[in-house]
Design a protein around this ligand. Structure first.
Ligand SMILES: [Zn+2]
Length: 227
């Protein structure tokens, strides 16, 4: 069943995220790797190169296909969205026994936490689902278990598709349409992102949340398609 975009858009989150990002519409994301311990989340472990690349792929994809421009930054402090892998017992220790991924929206930043599942594919499915939340998507009509839909319809469903297993960890047509509804069509500003001079711009934010001055913007890393 084709799912209407309104069923997977969180208008509340979307407007909060827009405010958090600021008028410039640049979404700065940080992928936590193992080389830099983080004081505010000491449990965070390093993401494997494969998961790092997978997360980058989706942010890159969203930046390329919607009006939301995305850019990787090299520290948690600079980021609008930070992605962290946590150990297998992390959510259990937090009292959330059945959680494998979590996206939290705070006043001036968003955290994505995920743990590694038994299969790489499932872990990637978790990642793209959480990234979906982080850019304004919600579960089908607010219920991940809504039995009318599966991951064939939207990455925001908890239900596997045919054959009893997850069929996709890619954004579906409905997911892409919903993201364009939230962020607009691929903006003309997107090209600025690959302009070397644009990478050194001193961007100002209109949001009330203080932003740490940026001194270095990383260029877009080479990306590979998730397997
Ligand atoms: Zn969810």
């Amino acid at each position: 069943m084709t799912i209407p975009t309104a069923a997977i858009i969180s208008y509340l989150w979307s407007s909060d995220i827009k405010e958090l990002i600021g008028d410039d519409t640049w979404l700065d994301y940080y992928i936590h790797d193992s080389d830099s311990p983080l004081s505010r989340l000491p449990e965070a472990t390093g993401m494997s190169y494969e998961y790092q690349n997978n997360a980058k792929f989706y942010f890159h994809y969203i930046g390329k296909n919607t009006g939301l421009k995305t850019r990787e930054v090299d520290s948690d402090e600079e980021a609008d969205i930070s992605v962290f892998q946590v150990p297998g017992d992390y959510f259990v220790n937090q009292g959330n026994d059945n959680t494998i991924g979590l996206t939290s929206l705070y006043d001036s930043y968003i955290d994505i936490l995920f743990l590694e599942s038994d299969s790489t594919f499932d872990t990637k499915s978790t990642l793209v689902h959480e990234i979906g939340h982080s850019v304004g998507l919600r579960h089908p009509y607010g219920d991940g278990f809504n039995s009318d839909y599966t991951t064939e319809d939207t990455i925001m469903s908890y239900n596997d598709g045919y054959y009893g297993g997850p069929v996709s960890n890619l954004l579906t047509d409905a997911d892409q349409a919903a993201l364009k509804e939230i962020w607009g069509e691929n903006g003309t500003n997107y090209d600025l992102r690959v302009d070397p001079t644009a990478l050194n711009e001193d961007l100002t934010y209109s949001s009330s949340a203080p932003k740490v001055p940026r001194s270095l913007f990383l260029p877009i890393p080479p990306l590979t398609m998730p397997s």
